[in-house]
Design a protein around this ligand. Structure first.
Ligand code: GLN
Length: 449
């Protein structure tokens, strides 16, 4: 834990991954663990981790990188945090994100811009950019993130780390600040696949406080990894994940990774996921609709920020939300409110919901006779700070290869597969699995260790 804070102090003035540090409490907890000695029931004893700042932590500010929650100190821990602490892990601090997890570069934070540790002129991706950068900078061994449309996998790809988004329902969302509840899932980033499996083992499982969490047994991911073998693994490679819109340097690394699997005895099959191209428009309608509803609670009465010198109740609402939310959050609220309004519901929300069904059917058809789906995680490597933030539709295209997984609720992981020949930046390989079959995803990713 001391080493973690030392590294944070050495790197974070440049990287700016952290919004809040938990130094005193963390060192205290570490000292207590030292005194108590090794407890076999605490597999993560003394492991320094970081937590994305849209996951609530008791007594430690939780802002979702929004002015509307500045200085908000929760009175309880999210289930995922509770579980990590129970396993002995140490929370060193809270990491930066795009405001309310809306974005793909962490430039939408109300407080600071996180930089990619591989190249400080580039973004770390988003929205879990702070978590990914903290792991890549060597500050922590792992970090919690959330993934609604790619927010763990794309930053993992941009930072050369491992990022897992589990199956919808695999992990409790209790205490996670809601963005789009039918897509949101907590996941984690780490330096290796094995570390990632350790985190999953500690965090996954049913929670009676989240009725969407699934009552399924949690496998011994780490022990099972030892038996991992990709011989005979049936890998589906969607043709829609290559070609136009995906940078050539990314494709090159991913094609080499697939050839490597083939050389190890895996069976690589080209397939089609024909509705992939409708993923982005449908996701942004559905996720924004859910967000417009979830964000109604920030009214200046119950949480965080309230505008000054207000005249009446309506003024409280309007001025608090006008001053408290940033431009991207407002854009999503307007888009979502419009899609749900009586005059446009059928043309937008209902239609997007039908597209979601088609996308899910595409996946399930392919996964009937394949173990995993593989392709690039992101369409490019980490881009330059400022390059896309003024053009929302360009920014939205970053999620082309990740949003569909959330729409279908499937598990997806990004593993570092190599480096771009063009700019030397890391490139991630995405591995998508069957629902609740994270084990096979880990087994497949383990070949890169
Ligand atoms: N970039 C996507 C968005 O802005 C996904 C975000 C996420 O997964 N939280 O909605």
């Amino acid at each position: 834990t001391k080493a973690a804070f030392k590294q944070i102090k050495a790197t974070d003035d440049d990287v700016k991954a952290f919004l809040a540090l938990n130094e005193e409490a963390a060192l205290d907890q570490a000292a207590k663990l030292d005194q108590a000695g090794i407890d076999p029931d605490q597999p993560l004893a003394g492991i320094p981790l970081a937590v994305k700042d849209n996951i609530v932590t008791k007594g430690l500010t939780t802002t979702a990188a929004s002015k509307i929650l500045a200085n908000f100190k929760p009175v309880y821990d999210a289930t995922v945090v509770e579980k990590l602490l129970a396993a002995g892990a140490i929370n060193v601090g809270k990491t930066n994100l795009d405001e309310f997890a809306m974005g793909s570069s962490t430039e939408n934070s109300a407080f600071q811009t996180t930089r990619n540790p591989w190249d400080l002129t580039r973004v770390p991706g988003g929205s879990s950019g702070g978590s990914a950068a903290a792991v890549a900078a060597g500050d922590v061994l792992g970090a919690l993130g959330t993934d609604t449309g790619g927010s763990i996998r794309q930053p993992a790809s941009f930072n050369g780390v491992v990022g897992m988004k589990p199956t919808y329902g695999r992990v409790s969302r209790w205490g996670v600040i809601a963005f789009a509840s039918s897509f949101d899932q907590v996941g984690w980033l780490s330096q290796s696949v094995k570390d990632n499996a350790y985190l999953m083992e500690a965090i996954a499982g049913a929670d009676k406080r989240d009725m969407t969490s699934a009552n399924r047994e949690v496998p011994n991911y780490v022990a099972n990894l030892a038996k991992a073998d990709v011989k005979g693994l049936r890998i589906a490679v969607p043709k829609e994940y290559f070609g136009d819109g995906i940078d050539a340097d990314v494709q090159e690394v991913v094609e080499a990774a697939l050839a490597y699997y083939e050389s190890l005895g895996a069976i690589v099959d080209e397939v089609s996921l024909p509705h992939t191209k409708y993923g982005i428009p449908a996701y942004y309608i559905l996720a924004s609709s859910e967000a417009s509803s979830n964000l109604q609670r920030y009214d200046g009465i119950r949480y965080g920020f309230r505008a000054n010198d207000v005249k009446n109740l309506e003024d409280v609402y309007v001025r608090t939300r006008t001053e408290g939310f940033g431009p991207e959050v407002k854009r999503r609220i307007m888009l979502g409110t419009f899609s749900l309004s009586a005059g446009s519901y059928d043309a937008y929300f209902a239609k997007a919901a039908k597209v979601r069904r088609l996308i899910t059917d595409d996946f399930n058809k392919i996964l009937k006779d394949h173990d995993v789906i593989m392709g690039p995680t992101a369409v490019s490597t980490a881009f330059k700070i400022g390059a896309e933030v003024t053009d929302p539709t360009k920014m939205y295209m970053n999620d082309l290869l990740t949003v569909t997984t959330n729409m279908a609720g499937l598990p997806g992981m990004s593993v570092p597969a190599g480096f771009s020949k063009e700019n030397g930046m890391p490139v991630g390989l995405q591995i998508i699995g069957k629902a609740f079959d994270e084990q096979t995803v880990y087994d497949a990713g383990y070949v890169f260790e």
